[in-house]
Design a protein around this ligand. Structure first.
Ligand code: ATP
Ligand code: MG
Length: 227
């Protein structure tokens, strides 16, 4: 179980999250939506322990995540793919995977290369010379090297062509189905995300204004009024 319990987070005098609560069973798929500045990235950063909340707690398997200690939380099974292509541009694809999995089972690289055939074909290519979509897949693969129980993704579709977005979403769904990794996907592309998630949370001005099934949200004709 992953529990976000009454989380309030500030950046100086600005309140980015205010009394945010929701809970997820292991292996679930959640989409987090909301306008710019709604607090989505801050929420992911609190979950992985990169931002220390002012109030409330994130609990993972009944134990609080270590606020301010990302490495510890990653070791426990929470992986975070930040926005942008976070790869080491001068290293090869395979080297990137190995660096990401340095403290974990290196042989899992084989599994990651099987999940992403594109990466396998290019495993000796310099990461910086790959396309945006390929680099996004590598960033995903690097996160998987820690064999996470939860994968947090901050706007994975940014800057990708629609066909690549569909591909990335399909890969995420496949990862969830084959290795059971829970997904928390922050996205501006709501329709593409709703196709693969089961639950949705909408943040507005630091608070939760919707917490329900993806199906319910998708069926709302006034969906866009939430933003
Ligand atoms: N390091 C920081 N210092 C000061 N203010 C910050 C910091 N990080 C975020 N904020 C502010 O906190 C609020 C929430 O930011 P956050 O990045 O969580 O929003 P978001 O929903 O991810 O937005 P976007 O869709 O633009 O990525 C914003 O008003 C932002 O300006
Ligand atoms: Mg953000």
């Amino acid at each position: 179980m992953l529990e976000i319990d009454n989380l309030t987070a500030r950046h100086g005098s600005l309140t980015a999250l205010s009394n945010v609560s929701f809970a997820l069973e292991p292996g679930k798929r959640l989409g987090v939506f909301g306008h710019n500045g709604a607090g989505k990235t801050t929420l992911l950063r609190c979950i992985v322990g990169a931002h220390v909340p002012d109030q409330g707690v994130v609990r993972f398997q009944n134990k609080p995540v270590a606020a301010g200690h990302v490495a510890e939380n990653v070791r426990r099974g929470i992986a975070f793919v930040a926005q942008g292509h976070n790869v080491f541009p001068t290293l090869s694809v395979e080297q990137n995977l190995r660096v990401a999995g340095l403290l974990f089972d290196q042989t899992f690289a084989k599994e990651v290369l099987r999940i992403f055939p594109v990466l396998n074909e290019r495993r000796h290519q310099r990461a910086g010379s790959m396309s945006g979509g390929e680099q996004q897949m590598l960033a995903l693969g690097m996160a998987l090297m820690t064999q996470p129980k939860w994968l947090l993704l901050d706007e994975p579709s940014t800057g990708l062509a629609p066909v690549i977005v569909r591909n990335v979403m399909r890969q995420l769904f496949a990862i969830n189905q084959t290795i059971g990794t829970g997904l928390i996907i922050v996205e501006q592309n709501v329709p593409a995300t709703l196709k693969i998630v089961e639950h949705a949370v909408i943040l507005k001005s630091a608070g939760v204004v919707f917490d329900g099934s993806a199906e319910t949200l998708a069926s709302k004709s006034d969906l866009w009024e939430w933003f």
